[in-house]
Design a protein around this ligand. Structure first.
Ligand SMILES: *Cc1c(COP(=O)(O)O)cnc(C)c1O
Length: 392
């Protein structure tokens, strides 16, 4: 079989299982609504939770840095020199997170890969929540440590695995703080307690925690006063913060070690300076306007109440991530298509992103959506749900 024939077979197979993916071209920036195929659609599928991706303060900061520092970072920061806006951002991130230091990576995926592979290796045990993000899973695989997966948020199972791994050189508990496809929150207080009694380190991924929870949006660990109990804080600059890239934050020693050992930091070009300045400005906007976070949660409650009264089943979320559960992939696609036809940009989430039989529409409001927009969305869902037979 030629490569072309092989690829065709694979793609046809995905199509037959309703699992083929495609890109949709958007003709505007990310905002409360976007233009797709010449039509305006309400955006309900982004991680632009606070509406910062298109915010004037971020655009101004990026433009200023662009004029002064240009576009590309030139090379790895260890090679061509480390541009000043990245250091300003890292200092701001450390203050924001309430820790000693921070290091910026090219993306959340790279931060997770680099951190796990730098900190862990053969002889170590990583205890990983079953629903952790793919980038944490890939980091576990690449690390060559022994990986023990505990049932989702199951602290008895975690304790049993900690007991069973006493012989390990080092142990690391790794978890999303807010689970990206379900919106539920890790039991961080209990995790920290277990880590203390079993002498394990704690690594958390706050990709969907930063900007959503805690003082000024510093994350779930901050909301519980556990900044100092968590050893490694990872988060993205690309979701609520509206920019791109990611950070690892913690002790100065941790940061110094990572910049010597994290291969995805060492062997990858630095973040573009304009993007770093935009993320820096995003932190300032959140600190000056924490009411954006309040509005996000209000909008999530409004939308959730609306969808539930319409008859939809929302998964057990504790955050503005609202999983509208469907089940099989094809009905989820049909519901998303029916919503597109009614002016709603919502994407079906299918395996392998979520377990088989749990296809869903992952609905996320934006802090800047108006109450009226959310009412229109709820009505569109009700109509689309009946049209597709998902609601009776
Ligand atoms: C999105 C996401 C990442 C990856 O971040 P990128 O900056 O988009 O590469 C990592 N972890 C979690 C939990 C995420 O949701």
């Amino acid at each position: 079989m030629s490569l072309d024939e092989y690829l065709d077979t694979e793609l046809t197979g995905l199509q037959a299982m309703s699992l083929r993916r495609r890109l949709r071209i958007i003709q505007t920036g990310q905002a409360e609504s976007v233009i797709f195929a010449g039509r305006e659609l309400l955006m309900l599928s982004s991680n632009n939770y606070l509406g910062l991706a298109n915010h004037p303060a971020l655009k101004r900061a990026a433009t200023r840095a662009l004029e002064r520092f240009g576009v590309g970072a030139g090379a790895s920061r260890l090679v061509a020199g480390s541009l000043e806006p990245l250091h300003a951002l890292e200092a701001h991130l450390a203050r924001f997170k309430g820790v000693e230091a921070a290091l910026v990576f090219g993306s959340g995926y790279l931060a997770n890969l680099g951190t796990l592979t730098a900190l862990t290796g053969p002889g170590d045990v990583i205890l990983s929540d079953a629903l952790n993000h793919a980038s944490l899973i890939d980091g576990c695989r690449l690390s060559r440590a022994t990986v023990m997966i505990y049932r989702h948020r199951d602290m008895e199972h975690l304790a049993a695995l900690l007991s069973a791994s006493i012989a390990a050189r080092h142990r690391f508990i790794v978890t999303d703080s807010v689970f990206s496809m379900d919106g539920d929150v890790a039991p961080l207080a209990r995790i920290v307690e277990l880590a203390r009694s079993y002498r394990a380190a704690v690594i958390i991924d706050e990709a969907h925690g930063v900007g959503l929870f805690g003082r000024n949006g510093a994350g779930v660990a901050s909301s519980l006063g556990l900044e100092r109990e968590v050893d490694v804080h990872i988060g993205t600059l690309s979701k609520a913060l509206g920019a791109y890239g990611a950070y690892v934050a913690g002790s100065r020693r941790l940061i110094d070690y990572l910049l010597n050992r994290a291969r995805s930091f060492i062997f990858s070009t630095g973040l573009p300076p304009a993007i770093a300045s935009a993320a820096d400005a995003a932190l300032s906007v959140i600190e000056a306007e924490p009411e954006r976070i309040t509005r996000l949660h209000e909008n999530a409650k409004r939308l959730r109440d609306g969808l539930e009264s319409a008859g939809f089943k929302i998964g057990s979320t504790d955050s503005p991530i609202l999983p509208v559960m469907v089940g099989e992939a094809q009905p989820a696609l049909d519901l998303a298509d029916a919503l597109f036809a009614r002016g709603m940009y919502v994407i079906a989430i299918r395996p392998p992103t979520v377990p088989p039989g749990t296809a869903r529409l992952r609905v996320t409001p934006i802090a800047t959506h108006t109450a009226e927009q959310l009412t229109v969305a709820t009505e569109a869902f009700a109509v689309a749900g009946r049209a597709t037979g998902i609601l009776c």
